[in-house]
Design a protein. Structure first.
Length: 524
């Protein structure tokens, strides 16, 4: 072995030793790649890299040595970490964060560019109005936009809070959870904020049982006022995102929430909602200089139908690719479903994005061509149902046919559907599959098979310890309001049936909450 080979071998061992010992810091792969082992200047390059590495190590040791002195000058992180101890007392809604829902995704690339740019400008311009209200009817894509805004802010590491409520879910949909949840998020980001939140219960005992005004003052207003004195610039970039404000319950609190939030002069607040009366009354009581109202239907740079075509084309391409695997016997044609079909579906869906999303969720999986044919036949039928209601009909019918194929008579299949799905949509606190089995005295696997056939309408997690949830409120409305529908659920019957059985699920529910608490993020 020559001198060159020995040098290379020794240097290789040197690098390997450093990497194995966990002290391989600043010597990146790019630097190693620049070493030319065959050139005459190989030794000089190795020496240079080694010197740089040693310099970086020395810098690291210097920083380590001075860390005790820096602790007194940088109290922010210890203060925030200490605040974690008392944050569980806030009773935050764990699943109300923007990224808690697996089904909720952002806008497709290249869509809604103009609107998203306007929202970004609103968040950046100093003289913008403090509150941005994006208003639109159910199913028009408000939550998708809110998710995109929240995700962009998160990517930019911009401080703020996110609250995505869900009507009908006791914990996540209650107005009393909004301020504690946002406070818990801000305590992890803003210097001086966490300490104020952690001490609030001492100054105001039983704070979580107080009214909205008390919660707002102690958990948001006062901590932010204190934090402004420490980091004025930091606070001025803060944005709070609240999706579906109209879904907070009780409805009487919605107007109060807006009134309190309007007092936060240092914060930008992005709100989406349906044009419900409580929200309109809340914004109607403000000065026009305080908030910017945007109707989603009027804010589209591309037409709604163009966006729907883009969305449907993208998702049907995914479905086609999923069915192109060698294990699939019936491979879909490359031209499926065709431009004409996409346009027909877009026309049928307009202006409801939830319609297009539900079609895609249902068609994905087994028998995509047959399912799509069922949807297309809806356009040729003359029926009283319209919009989402007409789409729910074939999805539920297919599930009923499955139960009948399993041996149940029609009336028995309908009764099982009403009892099971009625319990899911009516219970204040969503249950997981095992708890539903205990409550309804139905075999677990029977329930599971029914739910799996309704995944276009329900979120059915693979983890059986997570609750079964509605994907969209319109399904609940369809079941309890459409008396003309054969799938109408009589709420009184379901409530009476479950009234005497609720004790059997208390243990299951408490166990789920314990599991959710265990999964909650904790300080390192």
């Amino acid at each position: 072995m020559g001198e060159k080979d020995v040098t290379v071998e020794n240097f290789s061992r040197f690098l390997t030793s450093l990497a194995d010992s966990g002290r391989y810091y600043k010597l990146g792969s790019a630097s190693v790649a620049n070493v030319t082992f065959d050139g005459p200047d190989m030794r000089d390059q190795i020496v240079e890299i080694t010197d740089n590495y040693i310099h970086n190590l020395e810098t690291q040791h210097q920083l380590s040595d001075c860390s005790p002195q820096m602790k007194d000058r940088l109290p922010v992180q210890p203060e925030i970490q200490a605040s974690f101890i008392e944050l569980p007392n806030l009773r935050i809604a764990q699943r109300a964060t923007y990224d808690a829902e697996e089904e909720l995704i952002g806008c497709l690339e290249g869509t809604r560019i103009h609107l998203l740019r306007r929202i970004a400008w609103w968040g950046d311009l100093v003289d913008s109005k403090r509150i941005y209200w994006l208003c639109g009817k159910a199913g028009t894509g408000k939550s998708t936009l809110a998710y995109t805004v929240a995700d962009k802010l998160n990517e930019q590491r911009r401080p703020g809070g996110k609250f995505f409520p869900k009507r009908g879910e006791h914990d996540r949909g209650h107005a009393k959870r909004l301020f504690p949840t946002i406070a818990g998020q801000l305590a992890r980001q803003i210097p001086g904020f966490g300490d104020s939140v952690a001490h609030a219960p001492r100054s105001e005992p039983d704070l979580c049982e107080k009214n909205l005004r008390k919660r707002f003052e102690w958990l948001l207003e006062r901590p932010l006022a204190r934090a402004v004195k420490i980091q004025t610039t930091f606070i001025s970039s803060l944005v709070i995102v609240i999706d579906a404000l109209d879904e907070c319950e009780p409805q009487n609190d919605v107007q109060k929430i807006l009134g309190h939030l309007a007092r936060l002069e240092q914060v930008r607040i992005f709100v989406t909602s349906r044009p419900e009366l409580p929200v309109q009354l809340g914004f109607g009581s403000f000065n026009d200089k305080l908030h910017q109202d945007v109707l989603l239907k009027q804010a589209q740079s591309m037409s709604i139908q163009q966006y729907l075509i883009t969305y449907l084309t993208h998702n049907f391409r995914l479905i086609r690719d999923e069915n192109a695997r060698p294990s699939i016997s019936n491979v879909l044609p490359l031209t499926w479903p065709g431009e004409a079909t996409i346009r027909l579906l877009a026309e049928r869906a307009e202006p409801l994005f939830i319609y297009a999303a539900t079609v895609c969720r249902w068609v994905r999986g087994d028998y995509p061509e047959s399912k799509l044919d069922c949807v297309l036949q809806l356009a040729s039928k003359k029926q009283s149902l319209t919009g989402m209601d007409e789409l729910y009909d074939p999805i539920i019918s297919q599930m009923i046919n499955f139960l009948k194929h399993c041996g149940l008579k029609h009336n028995a299949a309908m009764s099982r559907f009403r009892l099971l799905i009625g319990s899911i949509v009516l219970l204040a606190d969503p249950l997981f599959t095992i708890a539903l089995s205990s409550l309804l005295k139905m075999p677990f696997e029977d329930i599971r098979q029914v739910l799996l056939r309704l995944q276009a309408l329900l979120h059915v997690p693979d983890d059986h310890s997570l609750p079964v949830r509605l994907l969209h409120l319109s399904f609940r409305d369809f079941l309890i309001n459409a008396k003309a529908s054969p799938f109408y659920v009589e709420t009184t019957e379901v409530v009476i049936f479950n009234f005497g059985r609720n004790r059997s699920i208390v243990g299951c529910r408490n166990r789920r909450r314990s599991q959710e608490s265990a999964r909650a993020p904790r300080p390192d």
